[in-house]
Each structure stands twice: as C-alpha cells, then as structure tokens.
Design a protein around this ligand. Structure first.
Ligand code: ADP
Ligand code: MG
Length: 245
C-alpha cells in the first residue's frame, strides 16, 4: 500500500561484494516530488546505492520499495527499470541510431507502444530538453551536453516515477554543465521525484530539497541543503566541505 507520502523507501540496505561490505545499513525515505541530492567522497557507496534502487545490483539485505512496491528478484525487472529511470556519467547512447530512434526504442520494444505514439512523445521530450532540431542526427555529431540531454529524454520516454542521476555532469566540459543542470531543474520543477549524486553544489543548494552526505557506506548526515552547508554537524562532513567548498 502506498500512503502517497513515500515514493522511495530504503530500509537497512546492506551491500557486500564478496567479503567486503560497502553499504552498512542505509535508511532513506523520499517523498513524491522530492529532490534529494547525495554528496560524499569517492568510494562512499553513492553509485552502489543508486544501482540497488533500480536493481542493477542486488542488495545483500534490506528492503527497497518504490511507489508502494517492493523491489525483489521476482519483480519484473523491465518494468522496474522503466519506472526508475537512471542517467549515468557516460551517456551510453546507441551510436548506430539517430537521436529519435534512441528515444523511441525502449517504449516500442519494452512497452509495446506504436511507432506513432513513441515518435510523438520522443519529439515532445526532445523539445523539452531543447533538442528538437537534432531528432535525425547521430550521437557522434552531438556535444557531450547534448548527448546527456538525449539520455535524459530517453529515460523519460518510459514515463518513470523516479529519476536517479549518477554524476550526470562529471564527464562534461565545463561549458556544457549548465545546459544539463537546467534540464534537471526543469524536471524537478515539473514534480519529478529525483535522487541526484553530484558535485554541483550550486544545484544542490538551488534545486535540492534535501542534502545527504554519505561516507564509508553510510549516511552520515542530512538536512536542508542551506543548513547542512552552513552548519555541518559531523567532522566527516566538515572535512569534506573544507576540501570542496
Ligand atoms: P561512489 O559512487 O560513492 O564513488 P561506489 O558505490 O562506486 O562509490 O563504490 C563503493 C565501494 O564499493 C568502493 O569501495 C568500490 O570500490 C566498491 N565497489 C563498487 N562496485 C564494485 C564491484 N562491482 N565489485 C567490487 N567492489 C565494488
Ligand atoms: Mg559513483
């Protein structure tokens, strides 16, 4: 049962690779339309947490719920990955397909949408990310920022309930960061529930409803971004900020 106050719930999530535990009991509840920004040092488990939420990795123990449904091996994985969109640092577009084909592929193959419906939606999404004029272009002829915006449109074409972003701007040249962050901001303003791992502190401050600081496989501290920045409670957080701010 979904009480409409929770979109994502993570309960005591542990993840081990062999003998090494990299997530030591994560608890996190994300409300519908909430934007949670996750920061923390490299190796702290941010990507692993996101990958467990859409089942790219199987949790070692604990529970993950999305919109009132438990994510587990017997769940239909295609459906989960449609409902939980994910955007990575590297965009992974299909190089031999046009922008439009990249966006239409999964809706047609996985959701069984007709070509007409898939194309109409793809063009709307391209408009939303500011790339309507690139529909028939191949990825190699786009800049990194444009490719990442196509990747976002491709995820959105599956009508996800939640979007996960794993350092979506880290591989981009600086002048392309803003165009991607602006699309994410628009998405947030439209009411998408989002978890965003990023080093972009301006985005965290401006768009994030909540900031989570992770270190060593745990959530160390969280709060309203402005307050966490201004007044970090834990030494580990202070240390991290002293290096990046
Ligand atoms: P972050 O995204 O915060 O940099 P990760 O979630 O990528 O951290 O990694 C957390 C820890 O898990 C790191 O110590 C990393 O080396 C380890 N790890 C990640 N993926 C694997 C894997 N497939 N096999 C073994 N160890 C892994
Ligand atoms: Mg990572």
């Amino acid at each position: 049962m979904n009480d409409n106050k929770t979109m994502i719930e993570i309960k005591d999530l542990h993840k081990r690779y062999g003998d090494i535990e990299v997530l030591h009991g994560i608890n996190l509840t994300v409300a519908p339309k909430e934007v949670v920004v996750v920061i923390g040092p490299s190796g702290s488990g941010k990507s692993t947490m996101l990958r467990c939420i859409n089942y790219l990795e199987e949790a070692s123990s604990g529970e993950i719920w999305v919109d009132g449904e438990k994510i587990e091996p017997k769940t239909n994985l295609n459906r989960i990955r449609a409902e939980v969109g994910m955007v990575f640092q590297h965009f992974n577009l299909f190089e031999n397909k046009t922008v439009l084909q990249n966006i239409m592929l999964a809706p047609m193959r996985v959701r069984g949408e007709s070509r007409e419906v898939a194309e109409k939606k793809a063009l709307e999404l391209l408009d939303m990310v500011g790339l309507k004029d690139k529909a028939n272009v191949y990825p190699k002829n786009l800049s990194g920022g444009q490719q990442q915006r196509v990747a976002i449109a491709r995820s959105l074409a599956m009508n996800p309930k939640v979007m996960l972003f794993d350092e979506p701007t880290s591989a981009l040249d600086p002048e392309m960061v803003k165009e991607v962050l602006d699309v994410m901001k628009k998405l947030a303003n439209d009411g998408m529930t989002m978890i965003v791992v990023t080093h972009e502190m301006g985005f965290a401050r401006e768009v994030g409803d909540r900031l989570i600081f992770m270190a060593d496989g745990q959530i160390v501290e969280q709060g309203v971004p402005e307050e966490v920045f201004a007044n970090p409670q834990h030494n580990r957080t202070k240390q991290f900020f002293s290096k990046i701010l």
